[in-house]
Design a protein around this ligand. Structure first.
Ligand code: COA
Length: 92
């Protein structure tokens, strides 16, 4: 028996890659373009039925980037990431 979300792909490190744009080039649409390409590839290549991205509540540029690619906040789902103690954050 499969976990009910087994065809959900994380648009993060495992499947698509975490989107980051160097500060000098932000605000020019690069994030939206790369994120949209990532979503397209994950759906085509891995046959995912859904894709989800994890964004901290304060990261407005990231949220707007993801929403511009057609994803929406799903308040009924909760998630978390476990990292070693005292490790640096890899997202904002
Ligand atoms: C998130 C990130 C990748 C966006 O890249 P970008 O190339 O600047 O984004 P875009 O130019 O494609 O813009 C995406 C949306 O964010 C908005 N936006 C961009 N910078 C913004 C800012 N400083 N404040 C508010 N909104 C902003 C844009 O207006 C656009 O929204 P719209 O289509 O509704 O107008 C970039 O800010 C980044 O590298 N951040 C650090 C890494 C990170 O947090 N990655 C995501 C982890 S979940």
């Amino acid at each position: 028996m499969f976990w009910p979300h087994h065809r959900y792909a994380w648009g993060g490190l495992t499947w698509g890659g975490l989107v980051a744009v160097t500060e000098a080039h932000r605000g020019q649409g690069l994030g939206k373009t790369v994120n949209a390409m990532m979503i397209d590839q994950v759906i085509r290549n891995f046959g995912a039925s859904h894709i989800y991205e994890l964004i901290s509540a304060s990261n407005i540029p990231s949220r707007r980037m993801v929403e511009a690619c057609g994803l929406r906040l799903e308040p009924s789902l909760t998630c978390g990431i476990a990292t070693p103690q005292e490790s640096k954050r890899f997202t904002k």
